[in-house]
Design a protein around this ligand. Sequence first.
Ligand SMILES: *[C@@H]1O[C@H](CO)[C@@H](O)[C@H](O)[C@H]1NC(C)=O
Ligand SMILES: *[C@@H]1O[C@H](CO)[C@@H](O)[C@H](O)[C@H]1NC(C)=O
Length: 251
Amino acid sequence: MIRPKLLCISLVFLIAVFYETDGYYSYGVDECIFDSREMTDVEYLRTFYFNQVKDVQFNSTIRKFVGFTEQGEKIAGYLNNDSATIQQMRGAVDRVCKHNGAVFFSSVLDKTVKPEVRVRSVKKASGTHPTVLMCSAYDFYPKAIKLTWLKDGQPVTSDVTSAEEMADGDWYYQVHSHLEHIPKSGEKISCMVEHASFTKPMTYDLEPSLSESDTKKIAIGTSGLLLGVILAAAGFIYYKRKSTGRLLVPH
Ligand SMILES: *[C@@H]1O[C@H](CO)[C@@H](O)[C@H](O)[C@H]1NC(C)=O
Ligand SMILES: *[C@@H]1O[C@H](CO)[C@@H](O)[C@H](O)[C@H]1NC(C)=O
């Protein structure tokens, strides 16, 4: 049975470094492999390397040391006979793995950050080319996320291109999905996002995009409003001046 390896915590510890003419390097690695958040099935491994060659390993599943080289087999035989060492190694699942695992889960792995989602049109349809829509999720954690395009609530899979999640370099991720589509009036386009930070899938509607004539209308409207504001201000200043002037004149 292949176990899904959810998490592997490695604690590297240096056992000994010997400097001679060429130098020898020996080190050990502790690993805890969890298959679930509940830590019901945890494998603890302590591996010893000598000059990068894996010699001997304690495997908590078989509860003993195994040698990988001639030298390693000798060491394994010796260590397996040492009841104090074996007892200590067998206790490491609880002492090292479950203890550190609980700390890692609560301080890092259980943390989630909600994505900021935008659904917009990035390219307008022209001639035979369809409109290109983009659904973007920004600044979320952890990495695993799923974006699904919906047309009138129904999932769309064709004409969709999704990129890989990208690391922002600050623990957060971003992801983008594109949909090529021919707009139809009355059709509702949205993007559904599934992420660990949400209790249920969240749906985001396409942001209304402005057509060229809309932009012109807004420009004219804004100019008109500005002119109105200037005239009103000028009128108000004129009125104030006049009324203040009147007050200053003694009767
Ligand atoms: C530890 O031993 C078990 C049982 O033989 C085996 O399935 C597992 O692959 C071993 N782990 C490693 C890392 O070799
Ligand atoms: C381990 O112990 C057994 C019995 O006490 C002994 O026969 C064997 O030689 C020992 N092996 C090593 C590698 O020390």
